[in-house]
Ligand binder design. Structure first.
Ligand SMILES: NC(=O)C1=CN([C@@H]2O[C@H](COP(=O)(O)OP(=O)(O)OC[C@H]3O[C@@H](n4cnc5c(N)ncnc54)[C@H](OP(=O)(O)O)[C@@H]3O)[C@@H](O)[C@H]2O)C=CC1
Ligand SMILES: Nc1nc(=O)c2c([nH]1)NC[C@@H]1CN(c3ccc(C(=O)N[C@@H](CCC(=O)O)C(=O)O)cc3)C=[N+]21
Length: 283
């Protein structure tokens, strides 16, 4: 079975559009982009376009490639203090002279729709999330939509980044999976991966997941965004070979990526509701 993330994202966006209309709210997202990286610019454009489609206002702050940490912090602080802005997304990666951790930590937790702030990561780890990172949260939505059982299942997450691997493991644990996290220092990683009922690859390497690493019938989630020798967009999974063994698998493109953006929209609406109804007292 192919897990059609694109179709699930379309369905969720239509539903969200209706909910936003009914709410009478006008949520607003601000993006901050530093430099001219074409991939980052493309992603930010896609986010703004999706905002427009569901009834979320958006503004884009663009800073020069050589912007200092202080300059980026100043932009974030201004957005934190702007009552018209509900969500703030600082597009990563930032140029090397910018201290990414300081910038992430500066975003007001109630506007942190990426879920990267340590407050939100802590809430997630405590089993009581407010904003979970969009990519892993979007993966949970795909699993739910396709009724893939999670409770008691063995889940293996390859990758331990703040944006994908770690929060993915926390979400699966919160859903009662038995979770293993693998990374570049993991010994006998193939044996770990072969034990997975649910295998999530967030590595960033072409053909990292080969069929011999996949249990027959497993659910395989491909987070990777890579380009092959022809410049074609590919995930981490050797898709054609692995799909024969997997019970269910996400393609790239059309799998996890569209769900990341749909979840960002859901988090932005949530941020708007939190500030409207409870003045952020849940935080
Ligand atoms: N579709 C989407 O919406 C999104 C896609 N992505 C894509 O997902 C991929 C991962 O992203 P991200 O988590 O940010 O990346 P990072 O580079 O931050 O993390 C990669 C992880 O993979 C691990 N790793 C690298 N090589 C190996 C190896 N040979 N064996 C086992 N583990 C290895 C690293 O281990 P260690 O920690 O030991 O170095 C690290 O934990 C990228 O391709 C990225 O473009 C990312 C975000 C959203
Ligand atoms: N602060 C921050 N938040 C992020 O969520 C964030 C980020 N920085 N930096 C970069 C990564 C990457 N990311 C993707 C989003 C959508 C697709 C996506 O929609 N991909 C389409 C294909 C798009 C194409 O054609 O290239 C697909 O897989 O079908 C991919 C990757 C979000 N990220």
């Amino acid at each position: 079975m192919i897990l059609d993330g694109k179709a699930v994202s379309e369905k969720r966006l239509e539903l969200l559009k209706e909910k936003i209309e009914e709410s009478g709210l006008y949520p607003r997202l601000a993006t901050v982009i530093v430099g001219e990286d074409p991939a980052s610019k493309l992603y930010v454009r896609m986010k703004h376009r999706t905002c427009e489609r569901v009834g979320i206002g958006s503004i884009g702050i663009e800073l020069p490639e050589d912007a200092s940490t202080e300059r980026v912090l100043e932009a974030v602080t201004r957005l934190n203090n702007d009552p018209d802005i509900n969500g703030i997304l600082v597009q990563l990666p930032l140029p090397s002279q910018v201290d990414t951790t300081r910038v992430i930590n500066a975003v007001a937790p109630g506007k942190d729709v990426d879920g990267f702030h340590p407050y939100n990561l802590g809430r997630l780890l405590a089993g009581d999330p407010v904003f979970a990172p969009c990519t892993p949260q979007g993966i949970m939505t795909i699993l739910e939509e396709y009724r893939i059982p999670i409770q008691g299942q063995r889940a293996v997450v390859v990758g331990r980044s703040i944006d994908v691997g770690r929060p993915m493991a926390a979400l699966l644990l919160n859903a009662d999976a038995t979770v293993t996290i693998c990374h570049s220092k993991t010994k006998k990683i193939e044996d770990e991966m072969r034990g997975a009922d649910i295998l999530v690859s967030a590595v960033g390497r072409l053909k990292f997941v080969r069929p011999e690493m996949v249990k027959e019938g497993a659910t395989v989630i491909d987070v990777g965004i890579n380009y092959d020798e022809q410049g074609k967009l590919c995930g981490d999974v050797d898709f054609e070979a692995v799909r024969e063994r997997a019970g269910a698998i996400t393609p790239v493109p059309g799998g996890v990526g569209p769900m990341t953006i749909a979840t960002l929209m859901e988090n932005t609406f949530k941020a708007a509701r939190l500030s409207a109804c409870c003045n952020n007292t849940v935080l």
